[in-house]
Design a binder for this molecule. Structure first.
Ligand code: GDP
Ligand code: MG
Length: 606
């Protein structure tokens, strides 16, 4: 009988895109072997190819499961994984995301919001894991997340995870803390796709529609799931699906024929555990798994594959140029070689000057980015003050009874995290966009410099010229993260009652208002400072990495051209004579690399 969860029936099918990924890794491997055999001078190329190969194997697709609590998100993931790993419950769980990643054995890592070290846990069986996780993510064992958990990672061997995907169980909306909806929204732009889960009972709510509206703006691909169809007859299923599609179309402008999976996560899990292929198919899991697998192979993987193939082809072109130059330098009369070497040296002086200028320009832009950040922070402080003052006045306006302080403070405590979560998301987006914009001309300038080194070498030594790869050559990719900032909510947890009661009503209100306003100012100042500081660290890191990547690339190019020629010149002066053996060896490696270059280039084309 077909094993329902091994997914082998999917993996065994001939997947064009998956096969191409294997090819890419194989080509990279071959190129690495050849460059390694060419000697230590090519170590940089070898390492560069190794890094590309590693990145290709590690780069993962992030698929988040979204929806209101109790729609069956965790059960659905358990079914996909074929084991009851994630705690599920009839009561809402706390607002902590769980990242499911591939690993050799069942293991969990719990990260905290403060500096406490992560907690690790290893076990053999899924139910043990579920019990462990429940200590951190369930409302009854970790009420209001008083343990301060930031995120949970679970590592496990599972076929779907081997296919290059990280699955993310989200607390979803309607969970314990309102501001976590904001945190979820901030995190969404880093997700590559989402499974949006609803069920028929109750039908999709206003809150879900609103949430979906925001999700749609932030996630490139959304798949819809109508879960818990085991409660429904065939006719009811069709009705529920039609209703859901109509809502998606009419209220959210999704296409009328949007794809929707009708699932029973509960039956799916049961089928997986009992190896029941019939039930697996009936639960809808056979088709959604096949669909997801296809998508994973076709979707993002192909974009990444093309980019990696392009960069690899570029590196191989660099090695080839080096080999061509070495061969030329070996067979050229020694006097002629020395003369051209000198001309190259002079050109390099000019190129070094340009490099210096490029470095200065980059430093200037980094300073300007700091200023940009300061300006943004100042504006945010103003916006925060205005927004929170409004919250304060609205709260004071509806106060009944004689205590103004407590209700107002409560309203603020409620709004502060939500406000700052949202602003943090916007802040990060804006700074990211600006950084990309600012770095682009630097990238082009660096590519030009590298091109001029290669061109000089090609002209002087009459070897083929290959333009360097420029598109996104320096992009530093950020890993998806979950916003874990801990917002400062209130300054004085025990309200200072002072002598308010001595004053008449109107004055009492004014006193409270003044006091809380001072607190708001302090709060806004400190929370904005947190955002500013975190963003500044990120910004500086990006510039630093960019600068060193740029420098490295230029050094590699100079070493592969001028350096190679110089080395040959030195060798020939030291022991004149036999060069045929070396020329033959270099030519043979070059021939193999030329074939690989063509193959890589063919994978780089869409
Ligand atoms: N009948 C039925 N119940 C389900 C199904 N999927 C989940 N449930 C139940 O719905 C409740 C909430 O499920 P859970 O996965 O924790 O939902 P989450 O909050 O969205 O993660 C649990 O009691 C599950 O057993 C399903 O397909 N059919
Ligand atoms: Mg859940």
């Amino acid at each position: 009988m077909e094993h329902p969860v091994s997914l082998s029936f999917v993996a065994d099918r001939d997947y064009g895109p998956a096969a191409t990924s294997q090819q890419l890794l194989a080509f990279l491997d071959q190129a690495i072997t050849i460059t390694r055999d060419l000697g230590p001078e090519l170590r940089n190329f070898c390492e560069g190819l190794g890094a590309l190969s590693q990145r290709f194997s590690e780069e993962r697709f992030h698929l988040a499961v979204l929806g209101q609590f109790k729609r069956g998100k965790s059960t659905l993931l358990n079914a996909l994984l074929g084991q009851p790993l994630l705690p599920t419950s009839v009561v809402p769980l706390t607002a902590i995301p769980t990242f499911l990643r591939p690993g050799p054995q069942l293991q969990a890592r719990v990260a905290f919001k403060d500096e406490r070290p992560s907690e690790e846990f290893t076990c053999r069986h899924a139910p043990e894991m579920s019990a462990f996780l429940a200590r951190y993510v369930s409302e009854d064992q970790n009420p209001r997340n008083r343990l301060g958990v930031a995120q949970v990672e679970v590592f496990l061997p599972a076929p779907i995870l081997e296919r290059g995907v990280v699955l993310i169980d989200t607390p979803g909306i309607g969970s314990t803390f309102r501001h976590n909806t904001e945190a979820t929204l901030n995190f969404l732009p880093q997700c590559d796709a989402a499974l949006f889960v609803v069920s028929a009972d109750p039908p999709i709510t206003e809150v879900e529609i609103e949430f979906l509206r925001e999700v749609r703006a932030k996630v490139a691909r959304i798949f819809f799931v109508l879960n818990k169809v085991d409660y429904l007859s065939q006719a009811e299923r069709e009705q529920a699906a039609a209703f859901f599609k109509a809502v998606l179309h009419e209220q959210l402008e999704f296409p009328e024929d949007v794809s929707l999976f009708c699932l029973s996560a509960r039956q799916g899990l049961e089928a997986a555990l009992g190896h029941d292929a019939g039930m697996w198919e009936a639960s809808g899991f056979k088709s959604i798994t096949a669909y997801l697998m296809d998508f994973l192979a076709e979707g993002k993987a192909s974009v990444l594959r093309e980019a990696i193939a392009r960069k690899a082809a570029d590196l191989v072109a660099g090695v080839l140029m080096r080999l061509d130059l070495e061969v030329r330098a070996l067979v050229m009369p020694l006097a002629e070689l020395e003369e051209r070497q000198q001309i190259f040296e002079q050109r390099l002086v000019d190129i070094r000057q340009q490099q210096q200028m490029a470095g200065d320009l980059l430093a200037g832009d980094r300073k300007r980015m700091h200023q940009f950040l300061e300006d943004k922070a100042a504006a945010l402080r103003g916006r925060a003050m205005a927004a929170l003052e409004k919250v304060l006045d609205e709260a004071l306006a509806v106060v009944k009874g004689s205590d103004y302080h407590l209700p107002a403070q409560e309203a603020l405590d409620n709004q502060v995290p939500t406000f700052f979560e949202r602003e943090l998301g916007l802040f990060i987006q804006e700074v990211d966009q600006k950084v990309t914009e600012v770095l682009r001309p630097h990238e082009l300038r660096a590519t030009e410099l590298i091109a001029s080194v290669r061109q000089t070498a090609a002209e002087l030594f009459d070897v083929p010229y290959h333009a360097p790869e420029s598109e996104g050559a320096f992009i530093v990719k950020r890993k998806p993260y979950w916003v874990t900032a801990k917002w400062l909510v209130s300054i004085s947890p025990t309200p200072p009652i002072h002598l308010d009661w001595l004053f008449p009503h109107s004055m009492r209100m004014a006193r409270v208002r003044k006091r809380l306003l001072a607190q708001i100012e302090e709060l806004a100042g400190r929370n904005v400072e947190n955002i500013r500081w975190a963003t500044l660290q990120n910004l500086d890191r990006t510039f630093l990495l960019f600068g060193s990547a740029l420098k490295q690339r230029l050094e590699d190019t100079v070493a592969a051209t001028y350096g190679a020629i110089e080395a040959v010149g030195r060798r020939r002066q030291e022991h004149a004579g036999e060069v045929e053996g070396e020329v033959a060896r270099l030519k043979s490696s070059a021939a193999s690399l030329r074939i690989l270059e063509v193959k890589l280039a063919s994978l780089a084309i869409t």
